[in-house]
Design a protein around this ligand. Structure first.
Ligand code: SF4
Length: 449
């Protein structure tokens, strides 16, 4: 209710990564306290917010085009407020206010907590811009949600917690250090409290988020120490994390995957390119031989661990030989999952101005070859899993197969279980009976541990 006792509605559209989804939860939390309820229809809204992402290609262009269509709602109903937050807002704040007169507020990634004040100012006719950083502000960094249901996640069974924000690495292709600032680690007690609250609301699995998650360090608490503490949390079944950096991946962390029962046997470790020359131009701070040694070490420590990665093809200056190096790494590691992208320049990053940009058709051809190789490998990996026993955390009904439930193995493989009468949130043991292009099919053989 507002001061006149009326319920208000907010329409919030989120773009981008899990970190942005997490931030949208914080936005909704702020608005919930101001009696806003979420609506999926922007025409019903009193407040329209876009939480933007600068990672994807032409992101800025997409924001302006979306503002154009949402702005028509404001022309029909001038009482509606329009706000833009997130990474594009952080980068282009003033420009957005200048270019789109219908926008009432623009706020950066560190300014979500100023929303109540921004809205009050906007009520007084001010157009508000807030993109200042608040380094070391514990109130902001250690925020814990109070209301279940404001998290913006589809299922409460798997929940995310950001344990760091920002990044100090300055990879030459990435906007994150500019849009999210320098790296800050949250207090461990505060993270445990958030995890306990989420478990109390029904979460079984927690995904720890950070741009360089394994460089987490708060006082004497390192990333592995935090994992150990979370492993002791009653009611929590599984822990995952994303995205770690190869330079900070070490033996202790590999051993944690072996020794902590709740930490899943899945590691997502981006390698980006199989060429040392390109890694240097990317400013990735590691060499490919080191990466391969670490992958071998983790496989020896945790046999059967599922491995996934990020790959960029067509980085400026990437020759056929460099690209061949990437294919060789894929052949050597045999990833369970890959996220592969063509390089595309992001405004304000050094790589955008590098010479020797690779022509679009070569990038497209290289990307297709990456996917082809991955699909061949995956087919073999999945074939090898048929007949194996897997523990699956059930997440919900299959969207297209009636009577089937869907969940994930500890290796993060999506698994369909036809005719399963269990409930989402339960863990079941299944025997893998068939494979699909990117997923598995299982038969329930009992309740999991
Ligand atoms: S480590 Fe990740 S988030 Fe940080 S600059 Fe590099 S790519 Fe960006």
């Amino acid at each position: 209710m507002d001061t006149q006792g009326q319920t208000k509605k907010v329409y919030l559209q989120t773009f981008g990564c899990q970190m942005n989804e997490y931030d949208s939860g914080k936005i909704l939390e702020q608005l919930h306290a101001l009696s806003y309820h979420r609506t999926e229809d922007p025409r019903q809204a009193d407040l329209i917010l876009i939480n933007t992402c600068a990672i994807r290609e032409k992101s800025e262009h997409k924001v302006y085009s979306l503002l154009g269509s949402l702005g028509r709602i404001k022309l029909e109903n001038p009482g509606v407020k329009i706000g833009v937050g997130g990474c594009v807002a952080q980068q282009k704040g003033e420009e957005i206010l200048k270019r789109v007169k219908l926008v009432d507020l623009v706020f950066g990634t560190d300014n979500i907590f100023e929303l109540p004040d921004m809205l009050a100012r906007s009520d007084n006719g001010e157009r508000v811009l807030r993109t200042e950083w608040h380094p070391g502000n514990k109130k902001i960094d250690n925020f814990i949600p109070v209301f279940p249901g404001t998290r913006g996640q589809e299922t409460p069974i798997t929940a995310s917690i950001a344990i760091t924000k920002g990044c100090n690495n300055f990879c030459s292709f990435c906007v994150v250090p500019y849009t999210r600032g320098r790296e800050v680690s949250r207090e461990p007690d505060n993270i445990i409290e958030e995890a306990s609250r989420l478990v109390g609301w029904g979460a079984k699995e927690i995904m720890l988020l950070g741009q360089n998650v394994n460089s987490y360090r708060a006082g004497q608490t390192r990333f592995v120490d935090l994992l150990q503490r979370l492993n002791g949390l009653e009611g929590l079944e599984r822990i995952r994390y994303t995205s770690p950096h190869p330079k900070d991946f070490n033996e202790q962390l590999a051993q944690a995957h072996r020794d902590l029962p709740k930490l899943c046997e899945h590691l997502h470790l981006p390698f980006q390119s199989g060429s040392d020359r390109i890694l240097k131009a990317m400013r990735r701070n590691h060499r490919i031989a080191e990466y391969l040694e670490k992958m071998e070490m983790v496989r020896e420590t945790v046999p059967g661990i599922a491995l996934s990665t990020d790959i960029i093809v067509g980085f400026p200056g990437e020759s056929d030989e460099d690209f061949h190096g990437t294919l060789q790494v894929m052949d050597a590691v045999r990833f369970d999952h890959i996220y592969a992208f063509k390089f595309s320049p992001r405004s304000d990053t050094p790589a955008a101005d590098f010479p020797d940009q690779v022509p679009e058709r070569i990038k497209a051809d290289r990307l297709a070859r990456i996917h082809e190789l991955h699909e061949r490998t995956l087919k073999e990996i999945h074939r090898g899993l048929v007949g194996s026993r897997q523990e699956v955390l059930l997440e919900g009904a299959h969207p297209r197969e009636s009577g089937a439930l869907i969940g994930r193995t500890r290796g993060h493989k999506s698994t369909t279980i036809p005719g399963c009468s269990r409930k989402p949130g339960e863990i079941v043991n299944v025997e893998i009976v068939a494979t699909r292009k990117f997923s598995l099919v299982g038969r329930e053989v009992g309740r999991g541990s």
